[in-house]
Design a protein around this ligand. Structure first.
Ligand SMILES: O=C(O)CCC(=O)C(=O)O
Ligand SMILES: [Fe+2]
Length: 209
């Protein structure tokens, strides 16, 4: 599975570089102890990162049982445990920068990197909370860096209420924190608009998925 040779509107020759987090990332307080931090354009010159991520890094299709049918999950997945080298050095730098910034509040490091590839507007993730493991019962953080075509991340309180929308563009950072995984749900909706591929990289502490 390789999308690497699709024409890219991002310059792959640019050097990818992190920009500072402190004083620039803005916190959106949600209800019930949940919050979202957002910094558009955190990583500059990420064309080379997208190029690597759209290559053969071991993307696989997951399948789910839905009633009596076995259906493909509408996105490709690649999961990096903490001891696996990430496919682009700026991703390792990003995890370190997230640790430096959030460690006092989080109390532990970000360890794993779950990646999703949305090939086009038909790929999506349905409403859910990341509630496997400790995030089912404890506050935690999930930090997402987005590459490629912008897609909206929607959030809504569990049980109903107004939803919030964060547009996730190339190089943008969003961090879901506090009780967000338990008390809110999030999704990336399908779109009929023509959109190119998007890769989401989600950093999580150990034992959170
Ligand atoms: O694509 C995204 O940024 C979100 C992915 C997500 O929510 C998940 O994999 O749990
Ligand atoms: Fe999620």
């Amino acid at each position: 599975m390789s999308l690497a040779h699709q024409p890219s509107i991002w310059d792959v020759a640019d050097e990818a570089a992190l920009t500072p987090l402190a004083g620039r990332i803005s916190r959106h307080q949600l209800t019930r102890g949940a919050w979202v931090d957002h910094l558009p354009g955190w990583i500059e010159g990420s064309g080379s990162v997208l190029d690597v991520l759209l290559g053969d890094i071991g993307w696989r299709e997951d399948r789910r049982q839905m009633y009596d049918r076995d259906v493909a999950v509408p996105r490709l997945l690649r999961w990096y445990g903490g001891d696996e080298v990430l496919p682009h050095p700026v991703l390792t730098e990003a995890r370190t920068a997230l640790d430096d910034h959030y460690r006092p509040e989080l109390g532990e490091p970000f360890v794993t990197a779950g990646m999703c590839l949305y090939r086009d507007g038909r790929d999506s993730v349905a409403w859910h909370g990341d509630r496997i493991g400790r995030s089912r019962t404890e506050d935690t953080m999930v930090a997402i860096v987005s590459f490629g075509s912008p897609r909206p991340l929607l959030l809504r309180p569990v049980g109903g209420g107004d939803s919030q929308r964060f547009n996730l563009g190339h190089g943008d950072l969003v961090v879901m924190g506090g009780s967000c995984q338990r008390t809110w749900e999030h999704c990336i909706p399908k779109t009929t608009r023509t959109v190119g591929p998007r890769v989401s990289v989600q950093f999580r502490p150990r034992g959170v998925a």
